[in-house]
Design a protein around this ligand. Structure first.
Ligand code: 13P
Ligand code: SF4
Length: 328
């Protein structure tokens, strides 16, 4: 008997059905030419739409993107992701012009922790060691002791002196996962990713019933029940190696659906099934999807909109990022 019937057809990425890596549309060719003329590097997060990933010089998770942004020699960094990611690129490489195709591309996690609230909390609890998930504003980073991403959070927390009490901001789900993995008890800021919390035990059980032999890989921003059901919990970058190494030929991927484009390109021989929610066969971040291929082309033409921040904030935000890069 089915546990619950999915109200829609599962979204399946079939093997070897991705685009030829050498084929480009007219606008994509225009972007590739502009990129050379402008001496720009295009960095894309794994959640961007397929055409953006297709023209990017590098596609990766928050950690990989931070490293690429720090080490590039290009004059212009065209960052295809959300605001806090482009801000991080500016913090680590202030001499470069950093462009984000849509400045409104925010993040529910970042919004859940304002600099003012964090400041007030720290004033009442000055002994806390603040670990900030990279999904936060430059002003929040500036008040933190160390930054982490989903790819290095366990390592980072393991490096914090045992006698320090930790406040983890802003994602309570990632924080809970890290606390379990490291055995460190931490105070958790009550923020969450509005899309990752839409995956539920019920929706995963129903997709698992359709694909009983498919392992589940989930992002740590998912809730405990979903993480407990997954065969692997990891950052978007680690999902690529996990899927490559699996004996199974079909894998259920529980994160934002842009990830499936990356997986289809990197592991073309496998079938990927998008983790469903109660509302849809897949799950898209509206902020990540604000960047379109047309906006990308226009931002290369005008070299706008740029990420700007005052130098005092930038310097203060750089310290905990540098600590993260050194510790990783
Ligand atoms: P990753 O660092 O794993 O790519 O995650 C970023 C993010 O925003 C997840 O929602
Ligand atoms: Fe933020 Fe969630 Fe979108 Fe990631 S998927 S950028 S955490 S809102």
């Amino acid at each position: 008997m089915p546990i619950t019937k999915l109200p829609f057809t599962p979204m399946i990425f079939q093997p070897n059905a991705g685009r030829d890596i050498n084929s480009f549309t007219k606008i994509e060719k225009e972007i590739l030419k502009l990129k050379k003329d402008r001496d720009a590097i295009i960095l894309s997060h794994n959640y961007q739409i397929e055409p953006i990933q297709h023209v990017a010089d590098f596609v990766g998770d928050s950690l990989g993107l931070s490293y690429k942004a720090a080490e590039t020699d290009a004059e212009v960094i065209l960052f295809c992701g959300v605001h806090f990611m482009a801000e991080t690129a500016k913090i680590v490489n202030p001499g470069k012009r950093v462009i984000l195709p849509d400045l409104e591309a925010g993040c529910s996690l970042s919004d859940s922790c304002s600099a003012d609230k964090l400041k007030a909390y720290k004033e009442k609890n000055p002994h806390l060691y603040v670990v900030a998930y990279i999904n936060c504003s430059a002003e929040v980073k500036a008040q933190s002791d160390v930054i982490c991403t989903s790819g290095n959070a366990i390592n980072i927390v393991n490096k914090i002196p045992k006698d320090r009490e930790i406040l983890f901001v802003p994602d309570q789900n990632l924080g809970q996962w890290v606390a379990n993995k490291t055995g460190r008890s931490m105070r958790l800021w009550p923020g969450s990713c509005y899309i990752h919390v839409l995956f539920t035990l019920r929706t995963l059980e129903s997709i698992k019933e359709r694909f009983p032999d498919a392992p589940i890989v989930a992002h740590p921003e998912c809730t405990t029940m979903v993480r407990d059901m997954a065969d692997e919990v990891c950052s978007t970058e680690k999902m690529v190696s996990f899927c490559r190494e699996q004996a199974a030929d079909t894998i259920i991927v529980v994160t934002e659906m842009g990830m499936l484009h990356r997986l289809q390109r990197e592991v073309p021989e496998k079938t990927f099934v998008a983790g469903p929610t109660d509302r849809c066969a897949c799950n898209e971040c509206r902020y990540m999807k604000m960047n379109s291929i047309e906006k990308l082309r226009d931002s290369l033409l005008s070299l706008e909109p740029q990420i700007e921040m005052d130098e005092k904030t930038r310097k203060a935000a750089y310290k905990p990022i540098k600590r993260m890069l050194d510790w990783s």
